[in-house]
Ligand binder design. Structure first.
Ligand code: HEM
Ligand code: HEM
Length: 182
């Protein structure tokens, strides 16, 4: 299977990154939701929060490789062709997902630095810049949490659309994002 996307299907780079990021998303959401079940100051709570930050930042880094992989190849076509309106809707959702993967980690990291806290990327300390502003940090986190909750719906709509294409419209939308079967 080719590394880069062709007109027929996604390449192995885009496919691997897409599904690794899906796994990272499960970890990002699960870690922060479960962290609340452990008492403040406990090792498990700080481990889970640290995991949330590291996985979230990994999604941010992977985003740039994904965009490069997308730009380097062709746009895989859906067969049989779908109406233009549906293509536009898919583009809008993909753009929203890209903005989500860009905005969420940036907001989280900025909020941490504004709170004067060091963020670690799998053990590597990232810089803390600017002066401390806990109030602004709190507002950014409120927004981060709200948009994070909207993300559940965005991802669900995207996954449901993929299944609709596969089982109802019976086109190759999902198959071209899966490893090729010989
Ligand atoms: C795509 C990436 C990310 C998603 C989808 C995401 C999502 C979320 C969600 C849903 C919550 C709220 C959980 C709740 O309701 O209690 C949250 C909280 C938070 N996130 Fe993220 N996040 C991401 C990346 C990051 C990154 C990279 C950082 C920091 C470097 C970060 C920092 C935080 C902080 C500080 C909180 C508040 C946690 C607390 O209760 O103390 N997030 N995030
Ligand atoms: C079980 C969950 C998921 C399924 C079944 C799924 C399925 C698919 C499929 C079939 C495609 C190709 C569709 C097309 O090009 O029109 C696709 C593309 C895409 N997916 Fe997912 N996906 C899932 C989760 C996610 C998550 C969690 C994200 C990120 C938040 C995401 C982001 C994207 C993006 C940005 C594209 C567009 C790729 C491009 O640039 O062409 N997906 N997904």
């Amino acid at each position: 299977m080719a590394l880069i996307n062709s007109k027929q299907r996604y390449g192995s780079l885009s496919i691997a990154l897409h599904w690794l990021v899906v796994i990272a998303f499960i970890g990002v959401y699960a870690s922060i939701e479960f962290s609340d079940s452990f008492p403040k100051g406990s090792d498990m709570r700080s481990f889970l929060k640290g995991l949330h930050f590291s996985l979230g930042l990994s999604i941010f880094i992977a985003l740039f490789v994904r965009i490069a992989a997308r730009l380097a190849g062709a746009e895989p076509e859906i067969v049989p062709a779908i109406p233009e309106k549906q293509k536009l809707a898919a583009k809008a959702i993909h753009l929203a997902l890209y903005l989500f993967m860009l905005g969420m980690p940036v907001a989280g990291y900025i909020a941490r630095t504004l709170a004067g806290k060091v963020t670690y990327l799998f053990g590597i300390a990232l810089p803390v810049f600017g002066s401390v502003n806990k109030e602004l940090a709190g507002s950014i986190i409120d927004l981060h949490e709200t948009v994070g909750n909207i993300g559940y719906f965005l991802i669900a709509a995207h996954a449901a659309a993929a299944l609709f294409h596969h089982y109802v419209q019976k086109d190759n939308t999902l198959l071209r994002m899966l490893p090729e079967r010989k």
